[in-house]
Ligand binder design. Structure first.
Ligand code: ADP
Length: 382
């Protein structure tokens, strides 16, 4: 039975089925309470008459929305939370059916909310307005990820593709004879560019897998020395041949075996080592590796004598696409995705990456792994 029918029956002193009415009311209440969207109802006098649990508990947790009394209060509240003044929020009071996207700061993260205002009619006519609020942060992040990837794709792909095209067109010229050394040099350049493009593509696949939680890991036990020596073997020849990267293996036998996906952990370590050399202005670039075991964790420290990072930015460098120097004149390429993938991979191992750095003094990036709880202290390298 509808509310208007109840009122009508009451006015006319007609009998109506109160238990059916209560059931319906309870059902509606349960639906509103369990919704994963926010609902706010405003009556004809612009007073807030209802907010469901999701509004308080999830969307605007601890932000004081439960104390608001009127639609004006609500609009001022949304405007105040918005990261920048949003003209459409001011239009909410006058407009009947309107959709507004609000960006607000929640802790130190951005939160995106899609707000839909609609008119509520009963059989007797207009009785007020409803606000439906949906958290669209995840969708928004995926949208931003896609557009960032497209920007980076056009930027990062352009140089190697142009260079491959130039080399191939040179090699194809029928009017010229090239000597073998020159041909080999061009082919080596093409090969390098193709490897770079393949790296970019695998970075994107990794981001997607981490994002979607579909990263599959091939875990097993292995000694830490294997992880380190396999990673050093992957260094580009000119770096491996220099003495830029060194490793102190003194305490290696005291460190329990690691449990994880060796290839993926090598990928993390290699990334940290390369970062230490790339973001480095020293005339003698150095990266120094050490390892140690605590009571619950194993640590691999990657120390460099590079440019360092301020405390404030040390938190941001793990954000996707973040680069301390994002200017077109920056000296290093890169996508700003490496550390975000590294952290994602360490988290997949229940581990972490710690940073200790100071501008101008270099950095220490630490891979942290939990010691496998199932085999406490039982696995050591022989
Ligand atoms: P990329 O190296 O491709 O730019 P990363 O995600 O690996 O992306 O790193 C993000 C940013 O963090 C880098 O652009 C750089 O500004 C900073 N950074 C990373 N590692 C170091 C380091 N060892 N020393 C100084 N800055 C670093």
């Amino acid at each position: 039975m509808k509310e208007s029918e109840v009122e009508f029956a009451m006015i006319n002193k007609e009998p109506f089925n109160i238990s059916e009415y209560k059931d319906q009311h309870a059902r509606l209440n349960a639906v509103f309470r369990s919704m994963t969207e926010g609902i706010i109802l405003i009556d004809n006098n612009k007073n807030i008459v209802y907010q469901n649990e999701f509004i308080n508990n999830s969307l605007f947790h601890n932000m004081g929305i439960e104390d608001l009394k009127t639609e004006m209060d609500l609009i001022a509240f949304l405007q105040q939370l918005s990261v920048s003044k949003n003209k459409k929020v001011d239009q909410l009071l006058q407009s009947e059916d309107i959709t507004v996207k609000i960006t607000l700061e929640d802790g130190n993260q951005l939160k995106y909310i899609m707000l839909n205002k609609f008119s509520v009619y009963s059989d007797t006519g207009y009785i007020g307005n409803g606000y439906l609020l949906r958290d669209i942060t995840k969708e928004e992040e995926i949208d931003q990820l896609k557009s960032n990837l497209i920007t980076i794709a056009s930027h990062e792909f352009k140089t190697p593709i142009t260079s491959i095209r130039g080399s191939v067109e040179t090699l194809m010229r029928k009017d010229a004879e090239w000597d073998e050394d020159f041909k080999l040099e061009l082919l080596q350049g093409i090969h390098e560019d193709i490897l770079h493009l393949q790296d970019l593509i695998s970075v994107w696949f990794d981001i997607k897998k981490i994002e979607m939680g579909t990263m599959s890991l091939n875990k097993g036990y292995f000694p830490i020395s294997q992880l380190i020596s396999n990673t050093l073997d992957q260094l580009p020849r000119e770096i491996a041949d220099s003495n830029k990267v060194s490793f102190n293996a003194d305490n290696i036998s005291e460190i329990p075996l690691l449990y994880g996906d060796k290839k993926r952990l090598q990928q993390v370590l290699l990334n940290l080592i390369m970062n230490g050399l790339v973001h480095n202005d020293s005339p003698e670039k150095k990266v120094f590796l050490t390892a140690e075991a605590g009571s619950e964790d194993v640590f691999i420290h990657v120390k460099d004598n590079g440019i360092g990072i301020s405390k404030e930015l040390s938190k941001k460098i793990f954000d996707r696409f973040f680069r301390v120097d994002n200017s077109p004149q920056r000296k290093t390429g890169g996508t700003g995705l490496g550390l975000s993938i590294c952290l994602g991979l360490m988290k997949e191992h229940d581990g972490d990456i710690l940073v200790d750095s100071e501008p101008g003094k270099g950095s220490i990036f630490t891979m942290k792994f939990p010691i496998d709880a199932k085999e406490p202290g039982g696995h050591y390298e022989s």
